[in-house]
Design a protein around this ligand. Structure first.
Ligand code: B1M
Length: 208
């Protein structure tokens, strides 16, 4: 009998072969895809997120956990679609114009996916026009912006203003090393997160 606790542990350890094996076994045994996702995969990612926040694990551990989750998701995702399991919400996330740093953004995306969000990766150097375009086209409920340079932080304000001018109904979350809660408040963002695990908490509050 597939053990979902063991599946969660395989995610925590970043053991992609084990994660895939248990996910396949659970599906073969007729376990619900939703239970496999929530009690196994997301359960494991939640623990990694909490440990990352507490500095008990670091970026490499998060990356290998996310890789294990991605491997298992490849077999689980079609079954979730068949079963009509809805993602928590859709988010679209990009690094702002002029900025090519994407390691932090990618971590945020991995953690959000791990928490059950559907995420559109807008890439780097995203112009304010593209934030508006993708927000409209994707139907995302959350737009995320990342900036690593003090010189590109103003591009966040410009993009937020563009989204407001276009009256797109989204919540905006920002983050990145030089960004602070005070800056988020100043430029009218709805949420700020200092790290990838907190980004999940903030995103959940924004869609609540
Ligand atoms: Co750049 N770089 N870099 N760089 N780089 C920094 C940011 C810098 C602090 C280094 C330094 O001088 N000490 C400095 C910025 C100084 C400043 O603005 N005050 C700097 C500079 C100056 C530059 C260039 C201008 C250098 C040059 O060419 N002269 C240039 C700019 C290029 C450009 O973007 N136009 C440049 C280039 C690069 C590389 C391409 C070489 C490479 C990026 C590779 C890549 O991303 N694919 C790079 C790197 C790697 C860094 C450092 C070393 C590491 C950044 C990183 O990935 N951190 C960085 C110095 C440092 O931080 N020690 C530096 C790890 C990552 C997990 O953290 O991105 O903060 P972070 O993400 C965190 C949180 O911030 C948060 O969650 C993440 C996970 O916990 N978070 C969010 C991030 N986005 C979020 C979004 C959210 C919520 C939370 O909601 C949507």
């Amino acid at each position: 009998m597939a053990d979902l606790k063991e599946l969660g542990e395989s995610i925590i350890k970043g053991d992609q072969n084990k994660a895939l094996e248990i996910t396949k076994q659970a599906l073969d045994e007729g376990m619900s895809p939703e239970a496999i996702l929530n009690d196994g995969l997301i359960g494991g990612m939640n623990i990694i997120g909490a440990r990352f926040k507490n500095n008990e694990v670091y970026i490499p551990e998060v990356l290998i956990a996310a890789r294990a989750m991605k491997t298992a998701m490849e077999v689980l995702e079609p079954k979730l679609v068949e079963a009509g399991v809805e993602p928590l919400a859709k988010a679209a996330i990009g690094t702002v114009q002029g900025d090519l740093h994407d390691i932090g953004k990618n971590l945020v995306i991995m953690m959000l996916k791990g928490a059950g969000f559907e995420v559109v990766d807008m890439g780097v150097d995203v112009t304010s026009e593209n934030f508006v375009k993708i927000a409209k086209e994707s139907g995302a409920k959350i737009i995320g912006m990342s900036a690593l340079l003090t010189t590109t932080m103003p591009a966040m304000e410009k993009s937020i203003q563009a989204l407001k001018d276009a009256s797109v109904d989204v919540k905006i979350m920002i983050g990145g090393a030089p960004v602070t809660q005070a800056y988020a408040d100043k430029i009218g963002a709805d949420g700020y997160a200092a790290d990838a695990a907190s980004a999940v908490d903030v995103a959940k509050v924004l869609i609540a």
